[in-house]
Design a protein around this ligand. Structure first.
Ligand code: NAI
Ligand code: MG
Length: 375
């Protein structure tokens, strides 16, 4: 009898559809634990931090809140955003208030084309497409540097500065991360995205670091593409992409484009990693709180469930993560689709179908190997 490996997860459902999709992901993790026959367990603690909580208490994260999160192996995040709070207040109050202090500097966002899901890309029908957007997640355009001033000069005279911060260290670590990731993929290629023709300081530094780091990875093919051209390339030549590395803002935009091309924003998964593991990493769907459909039970849970599979990867449970991905793929292939993908299945129906698939896949496979078991 092997010992149970327990992973502690801090869940933060947040606002809007965050609660529905996090519940779906936790249901899948619960199934993974059950199927492991005692090898793996997840100990989940929920934190009620949301915009409603902010309106009641005046803060999203209470004093000592980060210390509580720090004790967990991972954070599972839904979304934050409400019509009652300015978007920059909620984003900086909760999401960035975790990613920044926990130095989750690498944000990976796979663009996955699932069977049974129609893509607006004609090429998707007969070409194998999948790529990963690697987003610098700690500085760049979201460094929060700048200020507003001169409003005292009267109406119409205010100025604002929003400065991008690009450090050589910050560029190097994310670019190296992208190359290391590319090495593990069938197509060993990294596409570097900047806007260095117009932004001659920060983005040129980025390009220079890219050229220097690339020398350490002679087996990895490279290209450098400006962000506007890359947005066109996502649509016209997506088969050329494997790993795409870009700044905080550029990768944010490109990953939404990628998920829309794969069929819906509701599908897109993401991991905010602290690769040194000094802090817990945070896993979340790419989408926001979707106030337009919140509370109707129709949100697509696949982005959140696929984010949970990235969490399993981080825990070293790669066989389990693969089985979750296979279960998701079987369900879309069978045409069990939520509304945003053109179907009529509810959040719970899609989730239960994935759970059923997971059980079926598991019954056919050998039991999950316990990663720490000594043979
Ligand atoms: P959004 O991602 O919430 O919604 C955009 C569109 O996609 C909406 O029509 C929505 O119904 C649809 N959609 C999103 N996720 C879906 C899902 N799982 N299933 C089905 N349809 C889905 O982005 P939006 O509308 O720009 O922002 C809404 C709020 O969310 C804002 O307050 C914004 O600041 C916040 N937000 C938060 C993020 C986060 O916490 N990581 C990320 C993006 C936005
Ligand atoms: Mg975004």
């Amino acid at each position: 009898m092997t010992e149970t490996q327990t992973f502690s997860i801090a869940s933060i459902p947040g606002d809007g559809i965050g609660g529905e999709v996090v519940a779906a992901g936790l249901r899948v993790l619960d199934t993974v634990a059950k199927l492991s026959g005692g090898a793996v367990d997840f100990d989940v603690t929920e934190f009620p931090w949301s915009s409603e909580y902010y309106l009641e208490n005046g803060h999203y994260i209470p004093e000592g809140g980060l210390d509580q999160l720090q004790k967990h192996d991972a954070i599972y995040f839904g979304a934050v955003g409400s019509s009652d709070v300015a978007d920059h207040t909620s984003l900086w109050g909760l999401r960035l208030a975790i990613t920044q202090p926990f130095d989750q500097w690498a944000n990976i966002r796979p663009v996955t084309f699932l069977p049974g899901v129609e893509s607006p890309l004609r090429k998707a029908d007969d070409t194998d497409l999948d790529w990963i957007v690697v987003r610098e997640n700690s500085e760049g355009e979201y460094a929060g540097m700048g200020g507003r001033n001169l409003s005292g000069r009267g109406p119409g005279n205010e100025v604002a500065l929003q400065t991008s911060l690009h450090t050589e260290k910050g560029c190097e670590r994310i670019i190296r991360f992208a190359f290391d990731l590319a090495r593990t993929r069938t197509t060993k290629k990294v596409s570097c995205v900047t806007k260095s023709n117009a932004q001659q300081f920060g983005m040129v530094l980025w390009d220079e670091v890219f050229a220097r780091v690339a020398k350490d990875y002679p087996e990895v093919e490279t290209e450098s593409v400006l962000v506007d051209a890359m947005s066109a390339k996502f649509i016209l030549h997506p088969e050329d992409l494997s790993v795409v590395v870009a700044s905080n803002l550029h990768a944010d935009i490109l990953s939404d484009l990628g998920s829309a091309l794969a069929g819906s924003l509701g599908l897109a998964a993401s991991a905010n990693l602290n690769p040194e593991r000094r802090f817990p990493s945070m896993f979340e769907p790419v989408h926001g709180s979707a106030p337009d459909i919140a509370g109707q039970g129709v949100s697509n849970p696949i982005g959140a469930i696929s984010s949970a599979s990235l969490m399993l990867d981080q825990f070293g449970l790669t066989a389990e993560a693969e089985e979750v991905r296979q279960a998701v793929s079987n369900v879309t292939e069978a045409g069990i689709l939520p509304r945003d993908l053109g179907g009529d299945s509810t959040t719970v129906e899609v989730t239960e179908a994935i759970v059923t698939q997971l059980e079926a896949i598991h019954a056919q496979s050998t039991p999950f190997p316990n990663p720490t078991a000594v043979s």
